[in-house]
Design a protein around this ligand. Structure first.
Ligand code: APR
Length: 167
């Protein structure tokens, strides 16, 4: 059972083996957390993403971390659901993102992984429900990962993730 913690900060400065980016299907970079990670990892990340992509919503694919600071060795790119009101399977796609990222992390032999609040920015997923889905999925998915870090970029996300962990 992995230890799960919540921190407030920038995912590009986390000392985990793997960091997860909330990508679009091309895996060639975008804005938000994806933009921050691509800027920190350098242009080779977009080249590697293009080589393994496209990535369907709910799936996850790994690339090297390139210029990101060690110990980060891999970036796992996952594509969240675009929120369309909740009746189109968005919750299942988001849960699949967290499950598939853990499966890919296991295949990499990663001991630790950092997640952003997937889909809660541009894709518009309600952050309170997203926090509950993240914690519920991470707690119920068998994995060899020992440490999971949920990285909140603002205090609202931090409070929601902390509340979800406490429930
Ligand atoms: N570190 C940690 N979290 C961050 C950072 C950062 N440097 N920058 C942004 N975030 C947070 C946002 O505050 C939000 O809570 O990441 C969460 C996800 O927001 P987005 O990055 O907008 O991702 P998402 O909602 O999944 O939309 C993905 O946006 O950037 C494009 O190419 C991307 O098309 C894709 C879409």
């Amino acid at each position: 059972m992995p230890v799960i913690d919540v921190v407030q900060g920038d995912i590009t400065s986390q000392d985990t083996d793997v960091i997860v980016t909330a990508a679009n299907e091309s895996l060639m970079g975008g804005g938000g957390v994806d933009g921050a990670i691509h800027r920190a990892a350098g242009p080779r990340l977009a080249e590697a993403g293009a080589a393994v992509g496209p990535c369907a919503p709910g799936d996850a694919m790994a690339t090297p971390a390139f210029d990101l600071t060690p110990p980060v060795r891999h970036v796992i790119h996952t594509v969240g659901p675009v929120w369309e009101g909740g009746a189109y399977g968005e919750a299942d796609v988001l849960a699949s993102c967290y499950r598939r990222c853990l499966a890919v992390a296991d295949a990499l032999g990663a001991a630790s992984i950092a997640f952003p609040a997937i889909a809660t920015g541009v894709y518009g997923f309600p952050p309170d429900e997203a926090a509950r889905i993240a914690v519920r999925t991470l707690r119920s998915t068998p994995t060899r990962v020992e440490r999971i870090r949920l990285v909140a970029f603002d205090t609202q996300a931090h409070d929601l993730l902390t509340a979800a962990l406490a429930s």
